[in-house]
Write a protein that binds this ligand. Structure first.
Ligand code: CA
Length: 363
């Protein structure tokens, strides 16, 4: 009996080495390690994007910890490996496996990319998550990137941004005419329709340009990030709640061929780490912006207020024109229709839930 058992074990081991009977190949695959590179559109050390809770560096650290070191991601700030806005091409070519930025930087490659970052007058953070995770948004994102051999997922969110800093008060639509303003993306096209001279500058160049009067106005992110750049020292008027970026999504862009080579458990770790950073980064923004806004008003004597209603109405009208132009592209129309079908239902739900709470209950 003793020798029989020994021969059974021997047979089992032999079968295992020859095939999948004992799961050996799976064990070997699970122990394979991967060394990836992730670039960013933001400079090394930039809070929220590169450093701090839910940032690119935090995302890489979480993936390293959860995978027991099997997926190591080296993170590079803008300009360290490639220039700020070349992440799309680098991931597409497979030069790097991942890029951490915002999809609206790629609207020149595919206009539909705008919808996965922020649409002017669009969804808030909760609504955006509803559309992305449960309303088909992420599937559409991947459909848009399929021709480029890439996949994507949300990995951060600033929440609602601020309209921005203006050296002069804006009392009417006419006050926008001839104004030189730093404003990227689709919102730039909207302002341009109202006579704004639109400039696109990287974060680090905004303060000197505003201070020297090269530009008259600028938007960046929100109170914490804007104060860090010193924008309150160059312009006095801080126009509040951002019509142009109601919940700006950070994008984790991944080369599809590299993604396909990851075992399922490592893919799940990346997806879960990205979802964690999506929530954690937004939470950090709420705290950091609450503190910074109080300081800007109390100590820095900033004049903070919303844009006048007629200006907002004009911006809304021009946004509709810019979006109507974009949906001449069939894939953009597919994404647009999904986004706005979700939004119209969500808006009705918001009216009786979050909005009703803030207006009638919170006090
Ligand atoms: Ca912005």
């Amino acid at each position: 009996m003793h020798s029989n058992r020994r021969s059974f074990v021997a047979r089992g081991l032999a079968a295992g080495t020859g095939g999948a009977a004992l799961g050996f190949p799976a064990v070997v695959a699970a122990q394979q390690t991967f060394n990836w590179k992730m670039t960013s559109a933001y400079a090394k050390g930039a809070p929220f994007y590169m450093e701090g809770p839910g940032s690119a560096v935090d995302l890489a650290r979480r993936i390293d910890t959860m995978s027991g070191g099997r997926l190591k991601i080296q993170v590079f700030g803008a300009g360290e490996l490639i220039p700020a806005f070349e992440g799309f091409d680098a991931v597409r070519a497979g030069t790097v496996e991942m890029n951490h930025a915002n999809s609206y930087f790629w609207t020149g490659k595919t206009f539909a990319a705008q919808y996965f970052t922020a649409v002017p007058f669009g969804l808030n953070f909760q609504g955006m998550n509803g559309w992305l995770y449960d309303g088909g948004g992420i599937d559409l994102w991947n459909e848009v990137y399929a021709p480029f051999g890439m996949v994507a997922m949300p990995c951060g969110n600033t929440g609602v941004q601020m309209t921005g800093w203006f050296k002069r008060e804006i009392n009417s639509v006419a006050d926008l005419k001839g104004l030189k303003m730093r404003i990227p993306g689709l919102a730039g096209k909207v302002y341009a329709n109202l006579g704004v001279d639109v400039k696109v500058l990287p974060g680090g160049e905004i303060f000197p340009a505003l201070e020297r009067g090269v530009i008259d106005a600028a938007e960046f992110v929100g109170p914490f990030q804007d104060r860090r750049l010193g924008l309150h020292k160059a312009a006095k008027y801080y126009y509040t709640t951002g019509w142009h970026e109601s919940a700006t999504v950070s994008e984790l862009l991944i080369n599809k061929a590299a993604w396909s080579k990851l075992p399922k458990d490592l893919q799940a770790i990346v997806e879960n780490a990205a979802a964690a950073c999506n929530v954690i980064s937004e939470g950090w923004c709420q705290k950091a912006n609450s503190d910074a806004m109080e300081d800007l008003i109390k100590n820095q004597k900033v004049i903070a207020k919303p844009l006048p209603d007629p200006v907002i109405a004009a911006l809304r009208r021009e946004t509709e024109k810019v979006l109507a132009e974009g949906i001449k592209d069939p894939l953009t129309k597919k994404v647009h229709d999904s986004y706005f079908a979700f939004k119209s239902k969500y808006d009705r739900w918001q009216e009786v839930s979050e909005e009703a709470y803030h207006l009638k209950v919170r006090g």
